[in-house]
Design a protein around this ligand. Structure first.
Ligand SMILES: O=c1ccn([C@@H]2O[C@H](COP(=O)(O)O)[C@@H](O)[C@H]2O)c(=O)[nH]1
Length: 237
C-alpha cells in the first residue's frame, strides 16, 4: 500500500497483462483508495468479465477500455452489458458517430441507476501523429480531436479520451464538467514506446486533464509501486 492518508489520485493504472493472475497480482500491490484500474482488450479477451468482478471485489473502480465501435444497436447493447458488470467507466469510439453515441446514452439512461458508468468517447488515439492522420486523409489532430469531442458532448457523452496535449483546448471549449481522460502519459525520463502525443503527468494536470491513464511506465518499472508513488508525488508539488 502506498501514500496512506491521501485522497484518490487521478491515476488510472492500465493493467495490460496477458493473464488474470498477473493483473490481480499487480492489483494486490495497489491501493484502491489511491488509484483506479483499467481493463483493456488484451486482459479482457484472455480473462473475461470475471477479472473485472475480481478487481471490483478488491475495491477498485474499473475503467473497461474496450473502445466499442459498431452500429448503434450493437454498440449500445455492449455498453449496457458493461453497465450490468458494474464498471465505473466505459468507452466507445466517437468516430462511430452521433447516432451510435446517442444510442449508448439512451440505453444507459433507460436502464440507468446511480451506478451508471461514465460514458466516454475516444477521439484520436494517442499513438497517432500527423503522418498517420495524413495517410488516412484526415485533418490535423487538434482539429479532428476538437470536432470529435464537440460531437461527443452534443451526443451526451460524459467526456472523451484524448491526448493531454489537447486538454487545455478542450477544457476551454467544452467546460469543466466534461471529463478528459488522457493516456499517452510519460514521466520525463520514460520511453515513449508506441505513443506519439505524449505529456508528463504534472503537465497533463496543468493542462486540465481529469484522469491520467498510465500503463508501462508503472507496470514495467523495476518497482511499479515506487514508480506510481513517484508519479503521484510529482502531482502534489
Ligand atoms: O488513445 C488512446 C486510448 C487508449 N489508450 C490505452 O491506454 C493505455 C496506455 O498504456 P501505456 O503503457 O501507458 O502506453 C493502453 O492500455 C492503451 O490501450 C491509449 O494509449 N491511447
Amino acid at each position: 500500500m502506498i501514500c496512506e492518508g491521501l485522497v484518490k489520485s487521478p491515476v488510472i493504472v492500465a493493467l495490460d497483462y496477458d493473464t488474470p493472475q498477473k493483473a490481480l497480482a499487480m492489483a494486490d500491490r495497489l491501493d484502491p483508495q489511491l488509484c483506479r484500474v483499467k481493463v483493456g482488450k488484451e486482459l479482457f479477451t484472455s480473462a473475461g468479465p470475471q477479472v473485472v468482478e475480481k478487481l471490483q471485489s478488491k475495491g477498485f473502480d474499473v475503467f473497461l477500455d474496450l473502445k466499442f465501435h459498431d452500429i448503434p444497436n450493437t454498440t449500445s447493447k455492449a455498453v449496457a452489458a458493461a453497465a450490468q458488470l458494474g464498471v465505473w467507466m466505459v468507452n466507445v469510439h466517437a468516430s462511430g458517430g452521433r447516432r451510435m453515441m446517442e444510442a449508448c446514452r439512451n440505453i444507459l439512461d433507460q436502464h440507468g441507476s446511480d451506478r451508471s458508468p461514465l460514458l466516454i468517447a475516444v477521439t484520436v488515439l494517442t499513438s497517432m501523429e500527423q503522418t498517420d492522420l495524413e495517410e488516412l486523409g484526415l485533418p490535423r489532430s487538434d482539429q479532428l480531436v476538437m470536432k470529435l469531442a464537440s460531437l461527443a458532448r452534443e451526443s451526451g457523452m460524459d467526456g472523451v479520451v484524448c491526448s493531454a496535449q489537447e486538454s487545455k483546448m478542450l477544457k476551454q471549449a467544452l467546460g469543466s464538467s466534461f471529463s478528459l481522460v488522457t493516456p499517452g502519459i510519460r514521466p520525463a525520463e520514460a520511453a515513449s514506446d508506441d505513443q506519439r502525443r505524449i505529456v508528463t503527468p504534472a503537465q497533463a494536470m496543468a493542462n486540465g486533464s481529469d484522469y491520467l491513464v498510465i500503463g508501462r511506465p508503472i507496470t514495467q518499472a523495476a518497482d511499479p509501486i515506487v514508480a506510481l508513488q513517484n508519479i503521484i508525488t510529482t502531482l502534489q508539488s
